[in-house]
Design a protein around this ligand. Structure first.
Ligand code: CA
Length: 376
């Protein structure tokens, strides 16, 4: 039924709607102005941009009554203090990657990504229809935060290396900019992980203070220019199969919102979740071609290296499960969901993708990135 017919049959003329409904709406739609602290710089128009997309939609859904202003990392609080800022109500909202907070509890990693974990599709399935969000919200409650999924980068690249990594031996003593749980996995294989903010990676690679660095994927990596100082561009980033970003809402602030605003926020975050992935997917192919034209050499991690990392990750999971029951509770749900997903994805999705990867590449101009070896 169209709107005119609806109004007519409901006995509401335009005049009646104006005089009766407006005051009721005004009462239920108070002016709310919130500040959002992002962990990311404005230059990253995907990962920072998602917060702006969300804020714009919230305003549009509430007749501009609920306004959110997004601040870049460092503007209100440092990038890695977004959780504290939301917990303590320094800001009402944050937009961040939860694995930045594994120093407080490694369980946070499940809200973003863990090594050899879920890809973007599977993460959404676990979060939305696999019980994942309920488990994570139970965990976040202890930090006085209401968490809402809002963004994903898709499977990341393995990063930039000054030298080729042909065997597991080549990892020994390698100084790599890589954070969190993945850093702990690689430590088992002799890598020396380094924590370096985005802006300082380039000079560290250039001087040889570090041998390798991971960031995100072609679209973001290109902005930092790594191909000039570390030409081997490895894939896949097995530690980030489908890392999710989250919006944090201070719990009291969340509870103070009218239900309609809570709904607007949840819907706008769902939109930003899709928008971010779509922006990365749309931008990555051309960015990868430009990187290769600029000197990057694509290399897959060998099967041997991948397997050694997989084994080391499983070892770390066993150790963490043994000493952290909160971690184990979510791990059990997450990993049994992953295994179940793989049993399905290997059938239709993987065979479809692998057929097209082989079939399209040699023929179509858009298939093989320029400069890539035919075998590669
Ligand atoms: Ca990364």
């Amino acid at each position: 039924m169209d709107r005119r017919k609806f109004l007519k049959s409901a006995g509401l003329g335009a005049a009646a709607a104006g005089t009766i409904a407006a005051p009721a709406i005004a009462q239920s739609m108070p002016e709310v102005k919130w500040r959002l602290a992002s962990s990311f710089p404005k230059a990253l128009d995907t990962i920072f941009g998602a917060a702006e997309v969300m804020a714009k939609r919230v305003a549009a859904l509430t007749d501009n009554k609920f306004q959110i202003r997004a601040f870049a990392g460092g503007e209100i609080v440092p990038p890695f203090q977004v959780l504290d800022a939301c917990q303590n109500a320094t800001v009402e909202l944050g937009h961040t990657a939860s694995y930045y907070y594994i120093g407080k509890d490694p369980t946070f990693a499940f809200d973003t990504a863990v090594p050899f974990g879920l890809n973007y599709r599977q993460m959404n399935a676990w979060i939305i229809n696999g019980g994942g969000l309920q488990l994570l919200r139970e965990f976040f409650k202890e930090y006085n935060v209401y968490n809402i999924p809002s963004g994903n980068t898709g499977t990341q690249m393995g990063g930039w290396f000054r030298k080729e990594i042909k065997t597991v031996e080549d990892l020994k003593g390698l100084k790599m900019r890589i954070g969190g749980f993945a850093g702990q996995v690689l430590t088992k294989l002799g890598v020396v992980p380094q924590q370096i903010p985005g802006g300082d990676i380039y000079p560290a690679l250039e001087k040889g203070t570090i041998d390798a660095a991971e960031w995100v994927g072609p679209y973001d990596d290109e902005k930092l220019g790594f191909q000039k100082v570390a030409k081997y561009y490895y894939y896949p980033g097995w530690w980030e199969g489908g890392p999710m970003l989250s919006t944090y809402v201070n719990m009291k602030a969340w509870e103070s919102l009218p239900a309609a605003y809570q709904n607007a926020l949840e819907v706008a975050c769902a939109e930003s979740n899709t928008w971010m992935m779509a922006k990365y997917d749309a931008g990555n192919p051309a960015a990868l071609r430009r990187l290769i034209a600029g000197g990057a050499i694509l290399r897959p991690f060998t099967r041997e290296v991948m397997q050694a990392c997989y084994n080391a990750a499983n070892e770390l999971y066993e150790e963490t499960n043994a000493k952290n029951p909160k971690f184990k509770k979510i791990f059990d749900s997450y990993m049994s969901f992953r295994n179940d997903q793989i049993s399905w994805f290997r059938v239709a999705e993987a065979s479809y993708d692998s057929f097209l990867s082989a079939a399209v590449r040699p023929a179509a101009g858009g298939g093989a990135p320029k400069g890539q070896t035919k075998k590669g």
